[in-house]
Write a protein that binds this ligand. Structure first.
Ligand SMILES: O=C1O[C@H](COP(=O)(O)O)[C@@H](O)[C@H](O)[C@H]1O
Length: 253
């Protein structure tokens, strides 16, 4: 269904049968966006998230058809840990996606865990700048986002001062409430400048937070509800369990 948020922005909510169905529809969506972006602009710029998003994508993308050579792959956030740490999002994708598709090393842009987290955030911003033309805010074709049970997205946590960042494209955090404590993350100015932001959430454990984010009026708003691309699409893929507490009648059919 499509509904309208404050400011007349539209948001699409896709309710799927289960998490497998979410993964499948999400992957179809990503491939369509990739092919459309390549057709229009000759390139596809995407930002990946960790956690459950990595599983959905690694399960479904390898078997799908796209011109991988046109992809430029970034990370919406990253746990600032060595590549051999199981928490490292880049390494999860390297093992389960990049090793299975024709993505070359120079098309994927990971965090550098060898730097201090402050320097790493700064360097990551410069890396983004080197791929996107011009000095303005980068406009990603697609940012794939997860939402934690506390309403966080990327490494932007409820009540954290990073939510108010207006200048930096990439910020560092040293006191993440969810371990590991050191991370780098895209900031809201970049998230809300994307052509398309997509969330995927599954399971009854996320239902209360999905309801808060999509229908609640918590003030100040939770990080996931602050993702509202100013000139772009916003889509949520949910399974029935995660959508179970939503009130809108259209969603219960
Ligand atoms: O720590 C993180 O959590 C969020 C949400 O993960 P999920 O497993 O609850 O979907 C994720 O989007 C983010 O990239 C990650 O660093």
């Amino acid at each position: 269904m499509v509904d309208t948020m404050a400011g007349n922005q539209e948001r699409r909510i896709e309710i799927c049968e289960n998490d497998g169905d979410v993964a499948s529809k999400l992957c179809d969506y990503v491939i369509n966006k990739a092919n459309e972006s390549v057709k229009k602009r000759g390139i596809f710029t995407i930002g990946l998230s960790g956690g459950s998003m990595a599983k959905y994508l690694c399960d479904g993308l390898p078997e799908r058809v796209t011109d991988w050579s046109k992809w430029r792959v970034f990370f919406c956030d990253e746990r600032h840990v060595p590549y051999d740490n199981p928490e490292c999002t880049y390494s999860i994708y390297k093992k389960n996606l990049m090793s299975k598709v024709a993505l070359k090393v120079d098309q994927v842009f990971p965090d550098d865990p060898g730097l201090s987290v402050e320097k790493a955030a700064d360097t990551y911003q410069k890396t983004i700048q080197s791929v996107f033309e011009g000095d303005g805010l980068p406009r990603f074709d697609l940012l794939l986002l997860g939402m934690g049970p506390d309403g966080h997205t990327c490494s932007l946590f409820p009540g954290h001062p990073l939510l108010e960042e207006t200048k930096k494209w990439v910020a560092f955090i040293k006191d993440s409430p969810k371990p590991p404590p050191e991370r780098i993350t895209l900031t809201f100015p970049v998230l809300n400048n994307t052509r398309c932001a997509v969330f995927a959430s599954c399971g009854a454990g996320k239902a209360q937070m999905v309801k808060e984010v999509l229908e609640g009026h918590i003030d100040p708003p939770l990080p996931a509800s602050r993702v509202r691309p100013t000139k772009g699409e916003l889509v949520w893929f949910l399974d029935k369990a995660a959508a179970g507490l939503l009130e809108s009648k259209a969603l219960q059919n």
